[in-house]
Design a protein around this ligand. Structure first.
Ligand code: ADP
Ligand code: MG
Ligand code: MG
Length: 917
């Protein structure tokens, strides 16, 4: 049942209004703000808003209106006639109306608006009589027939707008270029042609009756709520279909009546940098959409907005009184709404009218600066400042960026080659290399490189590290390349199917061009664009101050604003934020971004470095325990050295180290040549080695011999790793640092597995502490990443001092879908709305989330002080962070560059607790 109130129409105008800014769900954003402006005494053409309830009722009742709507609308028109002077449909003094859509959330350009309603052969003459000239009257008329024909009568074509075609033909016949060059007579003819077109396409005459026009436009707005464009937009932006749109009926004011008229848009602060300056554009003698439609080039609003040396004339110069009034109004609006406003205005015969105000959309840079400056000036409180910045937007502040001018020039010059997935934001430019070795080698020589691969694998890690950016032709947003790149904070464009990569010839073919190894290429990970040649890149100032230390905090206003907001956020959040880091460098970076420890240190990433892989392979391929022990003895000092570095970087903070996790096969060579080379090193026959490698291959490795199953079968591996951890811990503790190791056993499904592994860890710790004559405190715990572990978490907690939800694997195993193979169908699932988002990026609350909640509750029931965190990719996703806060986890852990996002998201979660909106 659709609920609907008695009152369906809310009037505004003449310094009063029945609605206000708090009524957005009933009046839509546009209507509520028009009412608010009217009450503030700001000049707004009078009008009224039909409620969203009527839209919903209409949708639910076979496109009929509630009985009393007609009388309320007629009364509304009568009131605005009185206020504006003029009569709707009157031949001598006609009042024209606009019908404007406006939902609770702004949906720019998604629904329709019709201007100049009420024109016909009689009223157009009246318009000429009442101040306008003939050209103006017919210009308004032809715009009206065009808009009404398109929006209401649906006279449209898939490729070409048939009205535009007629307009074009008319200009051609008259030998003119601009719409404004057409004469009044031309436009009058055009109206006739438009109407003939409507008759031809619809079989009916164009409606001349103003009331028929008005109701047609109102219904068209209701219907536009359900159009495909609007539906797609709502799905993408999580806007419920049940909200409906309001309809605003408003008296027209004219910016196209002559050279003392204009129309424009403005922001009360710079929407891209956040700078506190009034910023906007206007067009003289123009109506509504002209400014954004790009028919003529708009002029800057004020003198400060003019390009140096330009001949443009600003509104400030041409309409000084209106400009002064506009300045007073914008300050008033910003003070009133306590936020940056995006406004629309029209000037008719040097009289200013406001047509819209709303909170302006802004970049991450602007969001942070505006929030920081508004809280400093006392305009908003600290909570509001924190909530004003969308956590996801923070990532923009950390990315290297292309010099904007240089990039535009490149694209204008035809250098855009292709577009892929914007998998790892950031700009990168460098020379093309096709494999990891070249990337490492060239980078060592000081070259900047872009690693171009069909797809990447763990063996490419060092090359990915060395590269400025990564470009792949295959793989989705959660492909190896994408996940690793985001973790590293590297630019990545993935799944760019247009690339034809040939490793053999060292060539890349794309859009008819052939690029070779060593040629310059630029990728924009924020947009997915792949551009030929070099484009200068600037590092983020925050990275320059915090990480590179190449800039001081005093020099960077962006950094100071960022710090201001982050400090405020930390004051509100209760959830801890740790990082996933495998090296001392990553640990340091994360710490500077505010990480409170390491939630996941993957030991296997260390195995690929330099010659280590040889010792690792020797260990894997050993055929006897003694042989394995010998190889492990070689790995031990290397692992120990790594852990020492990490413990030093994390002095005073907990470090969770995960025992070996991936299937051993991943470490082995696969090509014949590589196998032969390894055979020579290990002094075994190539054939024997091939057999050994083949023996280790599995048909489903992700569910195979991996995780703690390795340590169960080869306890000496766990023992070696534990020894490396504890020896490192004691060494660093002796240096005076505070070391807090947490040893984490992966892929446990049964408590007995953990019991066995825990004993090895504890026995090793005891032995090491005795040998070294010193001890450190430590914890042993497990990852919860199998459904069985979540279901038996009460039993597992008997043996675990902490849990860390490994939600990547938990998602794979709970949903029964392989992350590596999901690229072929998962995007389609998301498009269809089966899953609202990629479950590997945003935690699937109803499924995986239940396992997390159950695991948490069962674990705490056994052990009330159980430390619980999460270490999947989800740890850096704001919606998932909010969920973790809700469940009551101790911390989330995410990649270093996501740490600020998680901190802010955790603050939002704490501030929004209990609120319903
Ligand atoms: P959108 O939501 O797409 O911005 P609007 O309802 O704001 O659509 O209208 C589109 C354009 O028409 C805007 O530029 C607006 O300024 C102009 N417009 C709307 N109503 C009137 C009016 N009553 N008088 C003059 N211009 C109007
Ligand atoms: Mg608008
Ligand atoms: Mg796992």
């Amino acid at each position: 049942m659709i609920e609907i109130g008695e009152k369906k129409v809310y009037c505004f105008g003449g310094g009063k209004a029945e609605g206000n800014a708090g009524m957005k769900s009933l009046l839509g954003g546009k209507g509520a703000n028009l009412a608010e402006m009217a009450s503030l005494g700001i000049p707004v053409p009078a009008g009224f808003t039909i409620t969203t309830e009527v839209c919903n009722w209409f949708g639910d009742h076979d496109r009929k209106h509630p009985d009393d709507l007609r009388s309320q609308v007629e009364e509304g028109v009568a009131i605005l006639e009185k206020q504006m002077g003029g009569l709707f449909g009157d031949a001598s003094n006609p009042l024209l109306l606009s019908v404007r859509s406006g939902a609770r959330a702004s949906m720019p350009g998604m629904m329709d608006t019709v201007l100049n309603i009420g024109l016909n052969e009689d009223t157009v003459k009246g318009l000429i009589g009442s101040g306008g000239d003939k050209r103006f009257a017919y210009d308004s008329y032809r715009r009206f027939v065009q808009m009404f024909g398109d929006v209401v009568l649906q006279v449209r074509d898939d490729d070409e707008d048939p009205f535009e075609e007629l307009l074009h033909a008319k200009k051609k016949a008259r030998g003119v270029e601009l719409d404004t060059d057409l004469t009044a007579d031309d436009l009058e003819e055009l109206v006739g042609e438009y109407k003939a077109l409507v008759k031809e396409k619809t079989g009916k005459d164009f409606p001349d009756d103003p009331w028929t026009q008005l109701w047609g436009a109102i219904d068209a707005v209701f219907l536009s709520w359900g159009n495909a464009r609007a539906e797609a937009y709502r799905r993408l932006n999580n806007i419920p279909g049940s909200w409906g749109t309001a309809v605003n009926v408003q008296a027209m004011v004219f910016g196209n009546m002559g050279d003392d008229c204009a129309t424009g848009v403005a922001f009360t602060r710079d929407p891209s940098t956040g700078e506190d300056r009034f910023y906007g554009e206007y067009l003289k003698n123009a109506q509504g959409e002209d400014v954004v439609a790009g028919i003529r080039t708009p002029q800057p609003l004020n003198i400060s907005g003019k390009a140096p040396g330009s001949t443009e004339v600003s509104l400030e110069e041409d309409f000084p009184e209106c400009y002064a009034e506009l300045v007073t109004i914008y300050k008033n609006l910003e003070d009133h709404y306590r936020d940056m406003q995006d406004i629309e205005f029209t000037i008719q015969n040097r009289r200013l009218w406001m047509l819209q105000t709303r909170n302006g959309k802004r970049t991450g840079f602007a969001a942070v600066r505006i929030a920081a400056e508004m809280v400093e000036s006392g305009m908003i409180d600290e909570k509001t400042a924190v909530l004003r910045v969308d956590p996801e937007q923070l990532t923009q502040l950390l990315l290297p960026v292309f010099d904007r001018k240089a990039k535009n020039e490149a694209i204008d010059g035809g250098r855009l080659l292709a577009k892929g997935l914007n998998a790892g934001p950031g700009a990168a430019t460098g020379k093309i290399v096709f494999n990891a070795e070249d990337a490492v080698e060239w980078a060592a020589k000081g070259e900047k490189v872009i690693l171009v691969r069909v797809e990447t694998s763990p063996e490419d890690i060092s090359g990915m590290h060395a590269a400025e950016g990564i470009l792949t032709s295959r793989g989705g947003m959660t492909s190896h390349a994408a996940v690793v790149a985001r973790g590293m904070g590297k630019s990545c464009v993935a799944g760019c199917g247009d690339l034809d990569i040939n490793y053999k010839s060292g060539e890349l073919k794309v859009s008819g061009r052939t690029l070779k190894k060593g040629d310059f290429l630029s990728i924009d990970g924020l947009t997915g664009e792949v551009i030929e040649g070099k484009i200068p890149v600037r590092p983020s100032e925050i990275v320059q101050v915090l990480i590179e230390e190449s800039m001081s905090a005093e020099e960077s206003q962006i950094f100071r604003n960022f710090t201001k907001i982050m400090d405020l956020a930390d004051g509100f959040r209760t959830l801890g934020v740790r990082t996933n880091a495998d090296s001392p460098t990553d640990s340091t970076v994360a710490r500077r971004f505010g990480a409170m420890g390491i939630g996941l240190c993957r030991t296997e990433h260390m195995f690929f470095d330099g010659d280590r892989i040889d010792a690792v392979r020797e260990m894997i391929l050993a055929e006897t325990v003694a042989g394995r022990a010998e190889a492990l003895a070689k790995i031990l000092p290397m692992q120990q050295a790594d852990f020492e570095g990490i413990f030093r970087a994390m002095d005073g903070l907990p470090v969770t180290i995960r025992a070996l996790d991936p299937p051993l096969h991943e470490f082995l060579p696969h090509s014949d040549a590589d196998i032969e080379a390894l055979a020579a090193k290990l002094d075994v026959s190539a054939d024997r080695l091939k057999t050994l490698v083949a023996n280790l291959s599995e048909s489903n490795p992700m569910l195979g011999h991996r995780g703690c199953r390795l340590g169960i079968v080869y306890p000496e591996i766990t023992a070696m790793q534990a020894r490396a951890i504890f020896q490192a811990a004691v060494v660093v503790a002796k240096e005076g640092a505070k070391v807090l190791p947490e040893v984490m056993i992966p892929l446990v499904g049964h408590v007995e597995e953990l019991k066995l592994q825990r004993k090895i860890v504890e026995d090793t710790a005891k032995a090491v502490f005795e040998e070294m004559g010193a001890r450190v405190d430590y914890l042993v715990g497990t990852m919860i990443e199998l459904p069985r572990a979540a279901l038996t978490a009460d039993e597992i907690a008997e043996e675990a001092q902490f849990f860390s939800f490994g939600t990547n694997d938990l998602t794979q195993t709970a949903l029964g879908l392989s992350r590596d193979d999901a690229g072929r169908f998962l995007p389609y699932y998301v498009e269809l709305g089966i899953y609202p988002a990629d479950p590997f990026a945003r935690l699937d609350r109803n499924g995986v989330g239940q396992l997390v909640r159950m695991g948490f509750e069962k674990g705490r029931a056994t052990r009330s002080d159980l430390k619980v965190g999460i270490c999947g990719e989800h740890g850096g996703d704001p919606s998932s962070v909010a969920f973790c806060h809700e469940v009551g986890l101790n911390y989330v852990s995410c990649s270093p560059y996501r740490v600020p996002v998680a901190r802010l998201a955790a603050a939002h979660a704490a501030l929004q607790e209990g609120s319903t909106d």
